[in-house]
Design a protein around this ligand. Structure first.
Ligand SMILES: O=C(O)CCC(=O)C(=O)O
Ligand SMILES: [Fe+2]
Length: 240
């Protein structure tokens, strides 16, 4: 069954973008509720078993990344993942350019994903990074960043594919913000099936007494207490 674009169109409308941009500026992250429907989530979960769709499988325990498993999609990406990556990108590039300006940098991100990916390719980053993750009872994802080379896009997205309290318990999405010369702040975010969350890949500008300063962010997942939790990670830069 082909997956339809219209299903995740609403938040991408211009009028909704204002709210998204405000949330990103205020807290650094933003929820995108109802990004995928139940059938789309189930379809992505089912893809996990189709080895032909992936270029690499990571046993998280082996690298001490946590416990659980994830798989990077091979090119060409499944249509739904490709469309999500393309359609989330432009609003996030506008946010990224505004953040650059706040930090006194030139706006660096092209309007279209394809142009940004060309930058990645010129730096030898040619392998796709969108991934599916699977956590079972006792699994977790240590706090980390997903930088795969010199070029990186300052936002990434995660989409919850499983039903909280029905398919799994625990397994909150964790976001920790490291503030310069201050203690870190943590957010535990519960995502419903189909919800997306956009968050900074590396750092973000925060308004201070004398202009903006940068905080550094890392993300992870708390221990899954029971059941199975699947997520889709949409990272915009390709990897070396
Ligand atoms: O499973 C999650 O919620 C987090 C996944 C993750 O680390 C990512 O998408 O980069
Ligand atoms: Fe990650």
């Amino acid at each position: 069954m082909p997956m339809s674009l219209s299903e995740f169109a609403p938040f991408l409308d211009r009028q909704d973008e204002t709210g998204l941009q405000r949330e990103l500026d205020e807290s650094g992250f933003a929820r995108l509720p109802g990004l995928l429907n139940e059938a789309q989530c189930a379809e992505l979960v089912a893809l996990y078993e189709d080895e032909s769709r992936f270029r690499r499988t990571i046993d998280m325990n082996r690298y001490r990344f946590g416990s659980g498993e994830y798989k990077y999609f091979a090119a060409p990406l499944p249509a739904l993942v490709q469309q999500l990556r393309e359609r989330l990108y432009p609003a996030l590039a506008r946010a990224a350019n505004r953040w650059e300006e706040r930090l006194g940098q030139e706006p660096a991100y092209p309007e279209e994903l394809s142009a940004f990916l060309e930058q990645c390719h010129r730096h030898g980053q040619t392998r796709p990074t969108p991934l599916l993750l699977k956590y079972e009872e006792g699994d977790y994802n240590c706090l980390h960043q997903d930088l795969y080379g010199e070029v990186f896009f300052p936002f990434q997205a995660v989409i919850a594919l499983s039903r909280r309290d029905l398919d799994y318990a625990g397994g909150e999405f964790l976001l920790v913000e490291q503030r310069p010369r201050a203690q870190s702040r943590g957010h535990a975010l519960v995502l419903e099936q189909g919800d997306g969350l956009v968050f900074p890949t590396n750092n973000r500008p925060v308004a201070g007494a004398r202009g903006y300063y940068r905080t550094k962010l890392r993300h992870g997942v708390s221990t899954v207490l029971s059941g199975r939790r699947h997520t889709l990670g949409v990272i915009f830069h390709d990897a070396r």
